[in-house]
Design a protein around this ligand. Sequence first.
Ligand code: SF4
Ligand code: SF4
Length: 300
Amino acid sequence: MWNTSTVEWIDVELTSFCNIDCPGCFRQIKREKVDHILNKDVITLDQIKKWITRENFPNLKLVNFCGSIDEPTLHPQIIDIIDYLDCDVNISSNGSTKTTDFWEELGKRKISVMFGIDGIDQESLEKYRIGSKFKKVKANWRAFIWAGGHATWQFIAFDHNEHLIDIARYMAKLEGFDNFRVIYSHREESQESKTIQRPVESEIVCKYANQKRIFISHTGVMLPCCFVNSEFLQLYATDEYRTDFQKLFRDTGGMLEHNLKSAEPDEVMSHWDLYGTDKISRCESTCRQAKQDVFLEEAL
Ligand code: SF4
Ligand code: SF4
């Protein structure tokens, strides 16, 4: 099922840094266990040049900078990394970083940015995006859009902000965003978030395999998807091997055999036969029982 020559889309967790504190983020939910691995590492430009090549991934179409614990725009070489890549680029960002000059430079590169803006002003934004500055986000999205960037306004629905969705959509259209996306989170930890139940599938439907998509963690470990990355981050932080995924990871060579610092992509993928099957409880819960966020996106 997994093959480097069929991969079209790579998610990259470019760093372990973030500048804000969303309560539903893995960084906060598992803070006590994972604090010591946060705000430490980045994937360097040289590593990207070595790992993400046409030779390794001949059919690559999109690199999506969106990890479980990172704000990609904090990477000191992000512009150089984008300039190196010869495919479409998307960044998921809280938008509350750096300067308008930086965001203008991003916009000139005609890439896509998914801005996480769950409110319409400072008061509503910081109920979830704790530490984010609405004025700064607004100045940054304007610099990005006016320079030619493609922007999506992404809005996580909560009890406290659901009544603002229509206003946010209207603002997004006025400001020149291309798309507006509402997320209904499945996460029990985000207790306040609104949910939409996905239907249970009769069999496991592997989301990432169907999308010809894989995931690279900020450690260099290559994984089939972001869903198992949360289990990987826990074992990386604690050295505890409890889940099916964690035991499989250990039994098929652990950090050395799954890390692009020490293994080739097709070597890593040779250990992935059980992903997408009922041997991995995470695959069963996420891609059959459908414990996934629901995205409702519309063009503006
Ligand atoms: S912006 Fe992203 S990485 Fe940062 S705290 Fe929020 S969800 Fe986590
Ligand atoms: S959780 Fe399993 S089935 Fe779902 S996308 Fe990841 S590897 Fe595929």
